[in-house]
Write a protein that binds this ligand. Sequence first.
Ligand SMILES: *Cc1c(COP(=O)(O)O)cnc(C)c1O
Length: 398
Amino acid sequence: MIKFLDLQKITSSFEPELSLAVARVVRSGWFLLGEETAAFEKEFAEFIGSKHCIGTANGLDALRLILKAYIEIGVMEEGDEIIVPANTFIATILAITDNRLRPVFVEPDIETYNIDPILIEQAVTDKTKAIIVVHLYGQACWYAEITEIAKKYNLKIIEDNAQAAGAVTMMHSAPVAAGTQVPGPGRTGSLGDAAGHSFYPGKNLGALGDGGAVTTDDDELASAVRSIANYGSVQKYVHNHKGLNSRLDEIQAAVLRVKLPRLDADNQLRRVIAGFYTSNICNPQIVLPGLAKQDSGKGEQGSHSPDVILNTLSHVWHLFVIRHPERDRLRKYLEENDIQTLIHYPVPPHKQRAYAEYSHLNLPVTGKIHREVLSLPISQVMTLDEAGKVVDIVNQFR
Ligand SMILES: *Cc1c(COP(=O)(O)O)cnc(C)c1O
């Protein structure tokens, strides 16, 4: 049986360091707001290339805290609009509505599955305050159009980097002049005004439980996030904001410190599997994942050569997502052949009962994606032998 994601194998690949790190915290008797979290925040900020990192309880909270902090510092107010891709995990939307802000759904590009930059401008109103870009499935969503629109309408860009830990784009925006892009490498999470990260166990950089982080270069935002995440307080029993309790704990921070140094190498192993899939899956009914062109949001679909995949650092292959017109039949067939798959995601946020107020929206590209996508097994511990079995069985499907 080929598992969708072998978390046991991934975890044991970090032993014995992982257990030693956990034991170190257990022995210390200090579990929150301590040295491990401070050290991880420093290391992660350095890795991402941002000035500040604030550990949070999970990725949803990271996004929630960014928006709540923007409200607290007067950048946004209840009822303001946030542009967001219609094709995303529901947490992106929950972060918006939890703050009584309004999501404005924009269709994705059918090749990259990320927000279609061409469609953003027509969604801007005088209530729009921010664009949330989601680097979905692990592919950086960062194009000149997005920074230009943000500059033109004075919008914040918030990155949902939950799925793209470690991705590097070659077009990052220069901090000296927001809204201008200069060629040069930049990690997702350092590109916009602020970013939310998730360390959910199944993500590319996963903890042994929930965890998340906010990164930003903005001093005022960073101190508001840090305070709000800690009951609205930076000094014990002095409360400047109506805060929450959302912190990364010492055990998770210690675990992440063991795993972070290997993230780039692990992502490269994912690219090997992705390259193998794209050059060997040749079932005519299957649509392979597309890569975004560096400077436009348009995707280039198809069977990219393994070299292209290995050299495209802007994709970290959190998920390897194919499309098939008879997705459910394909999934059942793979299951019968001992290959586990998942669907990311079967129902789009605006069609969930929780968001009945948006169910009337006509978002056909999003609908098509949710009907047709299927995620094949991929990870840094998957072998080429296993990937070969997946390819053989997928190619035999009729
Ligand atoms: C996982 C995920 C989140 C939420 O992260 P949690 O740590 O699970 O709360 C947010 N956005 C996207 C796109 C995700 O995949």
